[in-house]
Design a protein around this ligand. Sequence first.
Ligand SMILES: [Zn+2]
Length: 312
Amino acid sequence: MLPFKLIYHPRYDLNLGAHVFPSQKYRMIHDKLLEEGIAGAEDFVAPERAPDQDVLRVHSQDYVRKLKTGTLGYTEELRLEVPYSKELVQAVWLAAGGSTLAGQRALVDGWAVNIGGGFHHACPDHGEGFCVIHDVGVAIRRLQSDRAIENALVVDTDVHQGNGTAEIFGGDGTVYTLSLHQEHNYPYPKSHSTVDVNLPDGMGDEDYLAILEKSLHRAFQDFSPGILFYVAGADPYREDQLGGLKLTIEGLARRDALVCEYARRHRVPLVATLAGGYARRVEDTVRIHVGTIVAARDAALASKPAVTRATN
Ligand SMILES: [Zn+2]
């Protein structure tokens, strides 16, 4: 049994078939966690769809109406890069509800993982790059509206810049956004996060981890977050089809451990969302995402008193 909840819904899977976005990965991660005994059935909690009121704190009324009525224009639909369907709308509303629930659970348990979400390219008035609704944005705005948190830190290690996150929270001093991404990659142009780290093509584990550590150190020096949302993309992996960095699976696990260690050390509740992952073998993407959950588990167990640990 895990020391925190995993938020998951079977309808996160969009059944996209041969699409480069492997939405079957959510189900595969769920199954693998059970198969390997990392999680039990009792560790999973199913989210509800986010209320429209929550989505509307981030997205424009016009965009939400178009999504719900199937009236996006041709170029708007094209920009999503995933086929529009009622199932897609349902799945992204569920993912936003999932990240919100994960935020609420993390404030109680210290940790939570949404086995979905991380749709960091979604902007207030449009979706792009497989991202329709910005689940992390919806979650942070809901938690702020409930006065459950005052401020939040978003750490985004997806290989692509979190331009939607930057657009949503730009100029808002209550949300510190840190994005580490490959410079010569989508999106073009990039938006401005609180801190953007543009990485050169082909960067490997050691250089990457040193820069991440420095960036986390600076973020925690400059800011005292009430919660950390970790956008843990699997696509800095060297076998990724849409990424140009060269991290190994072990390097990605060390990356996850480092982010979790900063949250633990500073006693900041952490929510992990999965974000991108387009490895040639979908099994690698699944393994990297499972690694994120294992890193959160290890950090959560390390933050408990030793006597509790011994009885588990
Ligand atoms: Zn990505």
